[in-house]
Design a protein around this ligand. Structure first.
Ligand code: FMN
Length: 223
């Protein structure tokens, strides 16, 4: 598979087949992803990968507190800046609307929307979930390094015929995550990465997620 094919065939998959992912495959992907670049070669990423019983335990422990609503949320960082506005906010809103439209869930259907969102906390049915953390003192440059590593992982997964969905949503249940996996207290829990094989028929995996035209993001000068 060429890099272009991996990039273009990657999408956030929100409905997985139950087929297990061989641990040797995941190990191979993560071994290669260690080659991801990072400022000063700090390699600030740390992760636990869950499957089977440990993953079922995490899903069950979060399911227990979901009925408490927001009072059970305890994110350790702002998932989106409160200032998010303009094109950035429109894109965030747009992907949600595109997804709900594909699922036939209308704007007024708060229950339907919440139900779809709550699928996050089953890792969308994925058989494996990676939980990513980093020391609290790491700053924006190191968080950006973690992003590079995550994308490297996601692209290498494509090469193995695997799919993924990065999931910041788990951050709101970091207490439950910490109760299930040993994340050091002086580390911040960043996100999950659901991993498995996509259900190619599921509408939630088929809608288009547009991107801004290149000119909105990049300026070329001196060519
Ligand atoms: C760090 C990160 C966290 C994300 N968290 C979530 C999440 O919690 N739930 C979700 O459904 N999608 C999540 N996404 C997926 C984004 O919504 C998605 O990448 C974006 O809309 C672009 O769509 P695409 O990945 O299908 O190309 C996350 C993506 C990234 C990079």
């Amino acid at each position: 598979m060429h890099v272009t094919e991996a990039v273009l065939s990657r999408r956030s998959v929100r409905s997985f087949r139950p087929d297990a992912v061989p641990v040797e495959v995941l190990r191979g992907v993560l071994e290669k992803a260690q080659r991801a670049p990072s400022g000063g070669n700090v390699q600030p990423w740390n992760a636990h990968v869950l499957a089977g019983e440990p993953l079922a335990r995490l899903v069950a422990s979060v399911a227990e507190v979901i009925p408490q609503g927001r009072s059970a949320h305890s994110p350790e960082y702002a998932i989106y800046p409160p200032e998010l506005d303009g094109a950035y906010e429109a894109r965030r809103y747009g992907v949600g609307e595109a997804m709900y439209a594909a699922l036939g869930i209308g704007r007024e259907d708060k229950r339907g929307r919440l139900g779809q969102f709550m699928n996050n906390f089953r890792a969308f049915g994925a058989p494996a979930l990676m939980l990513v953390h980093t020391p609290r003192y790491m700053g924006p440059p190191q968080w950006s390094d973690i992003g590079m590593w995550l994308q490297t992982v996601m692209l290498l997964l494509r090469e193995e015929g695997l799919d993924s969905c990065a999931q910041e949503a788990w951050a709101v249940y970091q207490k439950q995550v910490r109760a299930c996996v040993a994340i050091p207290d002086d580390h911040v829990f960043f996100c999950g990465l659901a991993i498995g094989y996509r259900d190619a028929q599921a509408e939630v995996n088929r809608f288009d997620v547009p991107r801004a035209p290149l000119a909105e993001a990049v300026v070329f000068d001196g060519f």
